[in-house]
Design a protein around this ligand. Sequence first.
Ligand code: NAD
Length: 386
Amino acid sequence: MISLLYKSSYVFVLFYYAVIPLGYLTKWWVTVEKMKGNSTILVTGGSGYVGSHTIVELLKNNYTVIVLDNLVNSYSDGGCKPEALKRVEEITGETVTFYDVDITDRAALDKVFKNHKIDAVMHFAALKAVGESVRIPLKYYQNNVGGSAILLEVMACNGVKNMVFSSSATVYGDPQFLPITESHPTGQGCTNPYGKSKYFVEEIMKDVCTADPDWKVILLRYFNPVGAHESGLIGEDPSGIPNNLMPYIAQVAVGRRDKLQVFGSDYPTPDGTGVRDYIHITDLAIGHLKALERMFSPNFKSWKAYNLGTGHGYSVLDMVKAFSEVADRPINYEMVGRREGDIASCYADASLAKQELNWVATRDIKDMCRDTWNWQKKNPKGFKSS
Ligand SMILES: NC(=O)c1ccc[n+]([C@@H]2O[C@H](COP(=O)([O-])OP(=O)(O)OC[C@H]3O[C@@H](n4cnc5c(N)ncnc54)[C@H](O)[C@@H]3O)[C@@H](O)[C@H]2O)c1
């Protein structure tokens, strides 16, 4: 009798701890694999920097991709597709459907949804120049916030309620603690309209999820994306003076600009210059696929925010040194005063993405510099040089 009890408790333990989780895992895996092969993803702002790199990963994983972009910040020679997307097709050997559409144009957006059976939207389209957003805030609110609200409405009208949104570490403002976790307060210290526009859109998306439980939203809070695809065919191509450090360094290295201005050398950081969490663009792109898989899993509900960063902070001078080593040439720079709105240090706690998305950044600072340099050398004037 006792041995029978023993045996049945073994069976119970086996069932409880092995068979049920295995069944659950299989169901999850089957759903995710099915979604991968059969899903169509609409990518807004897909001819931009982050979008184009993410599309490469989507195509590599057999997703069908539809892109819409109004080309406000991406180059086209006037042909049927922006240059970045032609290069994406060259890298992957796959085709993407492209629409020259503005997300604030409700009727045009609606047509895209009517033309395709879309399963989820990856929403990159936004204006992103912090300084410009201070000068023309209404343009930023209209484009980033108004455009996102219109997109959400059109999605709902067409029964598409899955969204991965490009948010930013700027929603955390000046960090109250480091490394920054997803539970860090948001919105409080946003110093510019660009950062606020990201915060407002996050809040709108949370409200939409509260109002309708069918919605699933993942908010990806990027830290500092840098680098380029390893082929050197696509990369960051800022128009005018770069706002971000890495493209600026690369343009100095290639001789397009005289010298780098380092804003602030008296921050409370090891060398006095600002510290940021730089993340390779390919790692960031893969993070989007992991987010999509999580969103498509049967147990995902409502909304969730994830930090995409490496968890390591590098100073401006660390980046200059690393780039100089990779490019094998000195990078001319000068120290100038602090820039308004800049903060001393900002780096992520990326452990939630590791736990729940099964994602970690694997590329280091050397990879970031090498791939940026490869892209810059092959395309000294960006996409226009082709
Ligand atoms: N690159 C970064 O450092 C960074 C950091 C955090 C968050 N983000 C966010 O990630 C997203 C992508 O950034 P990116 O670096 O690829 O920028 P990007 O400017 O290279 O790409 C954005 C694309 O959106 C398009 N676009 C803008 N407004 C549009 C509109 N109304 N309708 C249709 N298309 C429109 C632009 O033409 C551009 O091709 C943005 O939402 C940005 O705010 C970027």
